[in-house]
Design a protein. Sequence first.
Length: 325
Amino acid sequence: MNKFKLYFVVISVVFVLFSCNKSDSATVVPIREYNVQYETDIATIVDYLKTYYIEEIVNHPGFSDDQDVKLTKIPKNGTQPSIWSLLDSPTYPMLLSKNVSRHDITYTVYYLKLRPDNDGGQSPTQVDEVLASYNGYYIKNNSTTTDGVTVTDIETTFFESLIYPNVRFKLDQTIRGWAEIFPKFKTGTYDAAANPGEPAVYLNFGAGVMFVPSGLAYFNGSSGSIPAYSPLLFTFKLYDIKRADQDIDGILSIDEDINHDGDFTNDDTDGDGKQNYLDTDDDGDGYLTKNEIKIDGVFPISYDLILDCGGTTIGTKKHLDKSCH
C-alpha cells in the first residue's frame, strides 16, 4: 500500500512528477490552483453519480465476494435510478457526504454506505490502522460540447485492488480521503469457526464506495498508472482496526485528540509544532510523557486513570501540565 502514501513536491513554477516505480523518467506538470481543480473534480464526480447506477450488491456472507458492488453506466433512455438519487436516502444503500476543510477550501466527499453498521463494530480514527480490502479506479471526464449541447461521458479506469489483506494500513499515511471516510464505517465480526487454513473471514463488516477529489488524493502527483489531477473511486470493505500509538508514549493516539473533534492536527499542548499524537513530551516540560503517566512504574490500563498533579484523575493530566511531572 505504498501507493497510498501522499507525496507533494511543491516548487514555485513547476511540479516534478515521479512514478511509484521510482523510474528515472519525470513529467513536468503545470501548477493548478486547488480551488480551480476542485471545481473540475467535483463536477466530474457529480456527473458520475448522476449517470451511473448500482447494478448489483452481492450478499454472500463468509465469502470474499460478500458486498462486492457493481456500478454501471445508465444506458441511453435507461430508467435505472442513479447513484445520485440515493443522496441522503432513508434506506440502504445510501449516498452521504462529508465536508473536509483543506487547502483553504471546503471539499465535499461523497460516499456510499451499502448496508447498516455492525452494532458490535468499531470505527477507526484518522490515525488508526485498518484491515481492509479495496478496488481503486480513477475517474476521467470525456464529455464533449458541440453547438452548445453537452454529451456527458464519464468513465473509470481500474488501477489496483487488494482482495485478501494481510497487513493493516495506517490511515495517517494514506491519502487524506481514506482518513476522512473510513472513520464513517464500522468493523465486522471475526468468524472464528472458519477454516483455519483459509484467509480470515469477517461478517457484517462495513462496506462502501468513496469518491475522492484529487486534492484529497494525489493532486498533481503520481502513483503508478494514475494520471495527475485525477479524482478517485474506491470500493472497500472494513474488516478490522488496530488502535495506534504513533509516538509510543503509552497513550493510544485516539486519546490524544484532546478537544475530541476528530481532527488530530490541531492538538498541540506545548505549541512546539508537533501534534500530541506524534509528540513524546506533550507538555514540553522536558519529561517524557511515557514516564509521567506511569503509576508505580506501570502504565495505567486506560487513559481515564492517568493522574493529575494532585494525585487524582479529575484535573489536568500530569503529562499535559507543564507545572508538574
